[in-house]
Design a protein around this ligand. Structure first.
Ligand code: G3H
Ligand code: 13P
Ligand code: ZN
Length: 337
């Protein structure tokens, strides 16, 4: 049952030229599609659950769905991660729910408050054998509870939102985090750039130097493939000017600059929405949810498979499992009861 923390994954990804895909789960179809894709591609994976997903699906249901997925594919290295946790209370709940990894996102707070809240979370999580991701700098786009800037306004003021490499070193040292989400010009959602995609890879290079050994995470890494936007728009949707991070740039971030974890949600939503719209538009008499959710699930599976190749993580399952064995099969205390 290789349910694990992200440690064995990042140990290999750090200088292995690949990254672990962290895919957001909100319901059964998403969980099944992601697992199916990773099983087909023999890839390690992170299933991540946002606060909104906990609320939407009721975490009790979601956790059982994820447990079923883990049971279905005991060969796959899987981490269960809290995406954008915002309070110690929520993190403690996630630890009790059996997550193996948590994110505390204090990036919108003043620096000292971010340090304090993150350090408190690290203390609680590490005591339970759970690893911690934190964030420094600010992303654009939509984030729950955070007022997002438009792509144009974010781009105009980008310099002031980017992660400061010197501050990152201080932050890592004072908090004891296991990985760091960096702001390098990406945004959440489907409208990331008003013109061309421009990422600050020089900032990644600098942070790799100021924080040697610390795995870096890229949020807002959907590519918003044009063919899916075209499908959505063709079948009655309205997503003008949607733009993501080109897949070549994600691939470069992973293979050249050493990013270890790449967060993808929007592209799964797009695949699902495009397919459902297509079924509704081409088969207007259809009303059996299985006949639109089924094809949507297949579309998500293909999308995830495509991502696993961009991240170069296809085929890395065995190596990660071996690393987990070498480390003595570390698991949160939740699973040792
Ligand atoms: O970072 C945001 C993720 O895409 C999760 O989005 O809060 O709408 O579930 P959500
Ligand atoms: P996207 O909106 O680009 O898919 O980013 C998702 C994300 O960062 C989740 O934390
Ligand atoms: Zn995010």
């Amino acid at each position: 049952m290789p349910l694990m923390t992200t440690k064995p994954m990042f140990d290999l990804a750090y200088d292995g030229g690949f990254a672990i895909g962290a895919f957001n789960v909100n319901n059964m179809e998403l969980a099944q599609a992601i697992i199916e894709a990773c099983a087909k591609e023999q890839s390690p994976l992170i299933l991540q659950i946002s606060k909104g997903a906990r609320k939407y699906a009721n975490i009790r249901y979601l956790k059982h769905i994820i447990d079923a997925a883990v049971e279905d594919h005991p060969e796959l290295p899987i981490a269960i991660h809290c995406d954008h946790g915002d309070t110690l209370d929520l993190i403690q709940q996630c630890i009790k729910d059996g997550y193996t990894s948590v994110m505390i996102d204090g990036s919108h707070h003043p620096y000292e408050q971010n340090v304090k809240e993150t350090a408190d979370v690290v203390k609680a999580a590490h005591a339970a054998g759970v690893v911690v991701e934190a964030e420094l700098g600010q992303l654009g786009g939509i984030e729950e509870h955070v007022v997002g800037l438009s792509a144009a306004d974010y781009e105009k003021n980008l310099a002031k939102f980017l992660t400061d490499p010197v501050q990152a070193a201080d932050f890592a040292k004072r908090t004891g985090i296991d990985s760091l989400a960096v702001a390098i010009g990406t945004s959440h959602g489907a409208y990331k750039f008003s013109k061309e995609s421009k990422l600050a890879f020089d900032v990644v290079e600098k942070i790799m130097k100021t924080c040697p050994g610390l795995p870096l995470v890229m949020h807002g890494s959907s590519s918003v493939p044009q063919e899916f936007i075209d499908l959505v728009n063709k079948y009655g949707g309205k997503m003008p000017n949607a733009k993501g991070v080109p897949e070549e740039q994600i691939h470069m971030a992973v293979t050249k600059y050493g990013v270890c974890k790449v967060n993808i949600d929007t592209d799964l939503r797009l695949a699902m929405t495009a397919k459902i719209r297509e079924v509704f538009a081409t088969k207007p008499a259809e009303f059996d949810p299985r006949n639109y959710l089924g094809p949507a699930r297949e579309a998500i599976t293909s999308m995830v498979q495509r991502k696993l190749h961009v991240l170069n993580s296809a085929g890395k399952m065995e190596a990660v499992n071996k690393r987990w064995e070498q480390l003595g099969r570390p698991l949160p205390t939740f699973y040792k009861k």
